[in-house]
Design a protein around this ligand. Structure first.
Ligand SMILES: NC(=O)c1ccc[n+]([C@@H]2O[C@H](COP(=O)([O-])OP(=O)(O)OC[C@H]3O[C@@H](n4cnc5c(N)ncnc54)[C@H](O)[C@@H]3O)[C@@H](O)[C@H]2O)c1
Length: 281
């Protein structure tokens, strides 16, 4: 998609670090915005900041839990009612939980899968038919480097992000088979500073954390340090994403070293000896 002017962009998780910057990058390019987040306060703050910088940009904000299909469908109805079309969908909302994988509770699995995997699935299920009808659109799914190489301590997160990569490739191939020009990009950043380390703030009460252990706390500490010391900012990542949409690029790796990790993993797979470990390879 090359002409962004007046296009309608839907951003999930728009109250968070990357979601807010994606929305800003869209506003900068003259788009109309549909912002959503499960956290109403964070969402309102994003809207306030965006209106301050771009007073002329049209914004629709709606509290949406992406893990609930009916809420995502309500978002699409509201977007169509207000703007008449949706051209860009950024499936960005995401949460993380750190623990050795045998310690993850059923609630950990349900919560993180519901948001990271089903949230993306419901976005695709709801918005792609609209884009097919319009014969125009682009879906951006935020995966992670963790969807390709899988460090210790983030097993459930790794699994859901690998699923987002698979979902995105499947979507792109299905669209080709359908002869559609709707575009897809899958974005796989490594660590960058954001609120992801404090994901529990949005964890629903019925799926509350119940487990604790020294190993879990150690992994949480490691992930927190890695996220906080990320060298690329959310704003830079948002810039790479918009550039990828403009050039209709499918794979987006804002941190160039991630593709080296994938190549090293392929090599390890050929040798067949030990599971590839991105922290020690
Ligand atoms: N920060 C990193 O190191 C990193 C690395 C790779 C990928 N990512 C991915 O980037 C995306 C954005 O995360 P971020 O790093 O900006 O974190 P963030 O916590 O700052 O933002 C995530 C946003 O998602 C929202 N959210 C949580 N649950 C939701 C739900 N059920 N429905 C709707 N919204 C919900 C939160 O309220 C928050 O505003 C996520 O998909 C994350 O997995 C982050």
């Amino acid at each position: 998609m090359q002409d962004f002017d007046n296009k309608v962009a839907v951003v999930t998780g728009a109250g968070g670090a990357l979601g807010r910057e994606i929305a800003a990058a869209c506003a900068q390019r003259g788009m109309q915005l549909v912002l959503s987040d499960v956290n109403a306060e964070a969402l309102a703050e994003s809207e306030r900041l965006l209106r301050q910088r771009w007073p002329a940009v049209a914004i629709l904000s709606m509290r949406v839990d992406v893990s609930r299909l009916e809420q995502v469908e309500a978002l699409a109805r509201a977007a169509i009612e207000r703007f008449g079309a949706v051209h860009l969908l950024f499936n960005n909302a995401g949460v993380g939980v750190a623990a050795p994988i045998w310690e993850n509770t059923a609630e950990d699995w349900a919560w993180v899968s519901n948001v990271n995997l089903f949230g993306v699935a419901w976005g695709v299920k709801t918005f792609v038919p609209l884009m097919l009808k319009q014969q125009e659109g682009h879906v951006v799914n935020i995966a992670s480097a963790a969807g390709w190489v899988h460090p210790a301590g983030s097993g459930v997160y790794n699994v859901t992000k690998a699923a987002v990569v698979a979902l995105s490739e499947s979507l792109a191939n299905d669209l080709v088979l359908a002869g559609s020009s709707v575009g897809v990009s899958v974005v796989s950043p490594a660590y960058f500073p954001s609120g992801i380390v404090d994901s529990d703030r949005n964890r629903p009460g019925d799926l509350a954390a119940t487990a604790d252990s020294a190993m879990r706390r150690q992994h949480e500490e490691q992930v927190k340090k890695a996220v906080e010391s990320g060298k690329i900012s959310a704003a830079q990542i948002a810039g790479s994403i918009l550039e990828a949409v403009e050039h209709n690029r499918f794979y987006v790796f804002p941190h160039p070293f991630v593709t080296d990790g994938i190549a090293a993993k392929s090599k390890a797979a050929k040798l067949g000896q030990t599971a590839f470990n991105p922290r020690t390879s």
